[in-house]
Design a protein around this ligand. Sequence first.
Ligand code: SF4
Ligand code: SF4
Length: 468
Amino acid sequence: MSSGPTENSFRDHLGIVSDEGKRKWIYPKAPGGRFHTGRILVSVMLLAVLFGIPFLRVHGHPFMLFDIVERKFIIFGLIFGPHDFFLLALAMISTIVFVFLFTVVFGRLFCGWLCPQTVFMEMVFRNIDYWIEGGPREQRMLNESSWTGRKIRKKLFKHTLYFALSFVVANTLLSWIVGTDKLFAIIVDPPSQHIAGLTAIVIFSVVFHWIFAWFREQACILVCPYGRLQGVLLDRNSIVIAYDYVRGEPRGKLRRGEERHHGDCIDCHQCLDVCPTGIDIRNGTQLECVNCTACIDACDTIMDSIGKPRGLIRYDSIEGIEQKVRSMVTPRSIGYSLVLLLLVSVLTYFIATRSDIDVTILRTPGMYFQEQPDGYISNLYDLKAVNKTFSPLPLSFKLTNADGAIRVLGDSLVLKSQETTSAKLFVLFKRESIRAMNTPLDVEVYSGSQRVGIVQSSFLGPVRKKEG
Ligand code: SF4
Ligand code: SF4
């Protein structure tokens, strides 16, 4: 992508690494403006969803649950298990294609507005910094000062708050995995009963505290795979946070009483000062930019103060800036949209036609037929049934294409909720009614009076002697 007319030395180093190769701590100015206000509202909604959804119930069951340990997933009240693996795979492929499409069209909009890392870092933990340690200048001075009682108190207070919040986030994440009931059990039961759960909470809490207190923007710049994808997904039509170098250059300081022969950028560095990843957006789209919009707000404030139109930094594409042409409909976006449409249609079809019970009936391997004392011939079958609902379901069977009987071994068959049940059953025919060695069977499966499926199998019988 074009980076504008500025020199390219910024590509040789990271904004968060000093010339000596050491970590450069970023002290961004607090952002403010219409985009920041919008992001506050979105963040509040997202945090409400994150903390509220685990408590949401549908008919007494969680609305969402991602129990990877027990391989049980509840999504929008529908339960999925290992038997739905292909649906999960299809959903994941659809999500990846959606992410590709979304990024091709809207760049890293997700990072700035929806990513949990950005929401927590910029909207929660960064504000704790401002509240306890003050603005960027005060924070830098405090960090560079020697350890006094005041510094120890401030740092202790800040990290206690950081850890408390990390602990709450860790508990919330665990409740998405194990559910709120199990989480409360972990909290109130003796620790010895939930060693694994408690260990997970402690590990999550320590990791979150480390990420937000120390690792910070490095998670986006050095670790996040989505950030890495930008280089291949963005093109000249992608909407990104961009500096309008056509309008802004040549940049130059605003000097009172001096006739101005520059572009609109007054080189005030406000867009750099607010950047949480330490970059200069005027160098063009960079991997480090998390699209947090802070530089848009900062520059708009400057434009307002010097009487120039807003939007020197704005959401736009390279084509939009250079040619004043913006198009979301490109061959790439059409291609991704078609693939996504196909995938979502297939996924919707499978979810809509998904039955509550899956039943397989197979003749027991290695068994031929058995002669029963009362003149019947029987075959033994293995039955496997998956109950995908939240309630136990009774099961019964009926032969539709042959005049035989089905007998389940043991008691009547009731499928436990969300479990796979195995059973043995006999199919019996009167010897004289058997017409062939191999009789095809259609077995109707009922739960109560409702037919839940039809299974095909076969019945082996003795060879009939020729009459006469
Ligand atoms: S805030 Fe705007 S005017 Fe100031 S340096 Fe950045 S782009 Fe230029
Ligand atoms: S360049 Fe602007 S949008 Fe990108 S991270 Fe920095 S302040 Fe946020």
